[in-house]
Write a protein that binds this ligand. Structure first.
Ligand code: FE2
Length: 311
């Protein structure tokens, strides 16, 4: 069986548990249940508010993003790629956000198909203008890429969940692989730009499948990039990845590149955040983690078991 056919079969299994749209054989979009969507939006607004100077709680998405623009230079835990890195002062808000995200994943009824997660998941603010300095870094999300090129397991699925703002002009483009796709193309690369020859073989998917109220799942054999139309306003979104269980052969262990060691959580752990486990971030907002040019997550995460499963 070809590398692509193996992926098609695993992705079909993932997409058949709950109703979804299939813009491509390796991309599915699921409408989030309204109650879960409300919980997530509020948890995200609480978290973003906590990252802003002052102590104002802002629930309105437009006011929230306007404040992010106004105070961009003062948000100390904002990375050049737009990531709001969790720190000590946001531990409670961040865990509530993860719990709301986990409830959405649980609603897809794919628990038995997930081995582990890349953690901590990222909440990003993508401003209307591209950060020019960031484009010169190793892994700007504006370059067409697979997350495996930054060292994540190639057996993964990326999840994209737009939260707030201008997702009609400031969104994520997806690209479909050609029929001669090989798993070999998903090896880690020194930069996303180094994958340009591979990206040239791909076909851009027409349409915008980056919609608020939906979660998009895309196999790592697809590529993606941040996209902005002229006059874009900011948007906020959540992204992370998980390893699909179906892809591992009996006895075969999950492959994790050394750069990403220590950035994984078992599926049960992610689903238990806020009950059995907590994500703890010892760093203060003034302590920065060297992301080693994007090969490492720019945070310092400790996963703490607070209650044993079943207790
Ligand atoms: Fe990405």
């Amino acid at each position: 069986m070809s590398d692509l056919q193996t992926r098609f079969e695993a992705f079909d299994e993932l997409s058949h548990r709950t109703p979804c749209e299939r813009p491509s054989k390796l991309i599915s979009t699921f409408k989030i249940e309204p109650t879960l969507w409300e919980h997530l939006k509020h948890a995200a607004a609480l978290y973003v508010s906590k990252c802003l100077p002052g102590n104002k709680l802002i629930l309105d998405e437009h006011e929230l993003l306007a404040n992010c623009v106004k105070h961009e230079q003062e948000i100390k835990n904002l990375t050049p790629n737009g990531m709001l890195v969790p720190k000590r002062h946001t531990i409670l808000e961040y865990n509530a956000l993860v719990q709301a995200y986990a409830a959405i994943i649980r609603s897809l009824k794919i628990d038995d198909l997930i081995v582990s997660w890349h953690v901590p998941l990222n909440l990003r603010i993508k401003f209307g203008e591209v950060n020019q300095a960031n484009l010169k870094r190793h892994h700007p999300t504006e370059d067409i890429h697979s997350d495996s090129w930054a060292g994540e397991s190639s057996e993964s699925v990326t999840t994209q969940l737009p939260l707030f703002g201008d997702t009609e002009r400031n969104f994520v483009d997806f690209y479909e692989p050609p029929s001669d796709f090989q798993d070999d193309w998903l090896k880690p690369l020194p930069s996303y730009a180094a994958g340009a020859a591979i990206a040239a073989k791909y076909k851009k998917l027409g349409g915008n499948y980056y919609r608020k109220g939906f979660i998009a799942l895309a196999d790592f054999a697809t590529l993606h990039s941040s996209h902005r139309e002229p006059g874009s306003e900011p948007r906020a979104s959540i992204d992370t990845t998980f390893v699909l269980k179906k892809k591992l052969k009996p006895g075969e262990k999950e492959k994790i590149h050394q750069w990403r060691d220590g950035e994984r959580a078992d599926h049960k752990v992610l689903m238990g955040i806020g009950e059995t486990h907590l994500f703890v971030f010892p760093d203060t907002v003034d302590q920065k983690v060297d992301s080693e040019g994007g090969f490492k997550h720019p945070t310092n995460l400790k996963i703490v078991e607070v209650l044993r499963h079943g207790n």
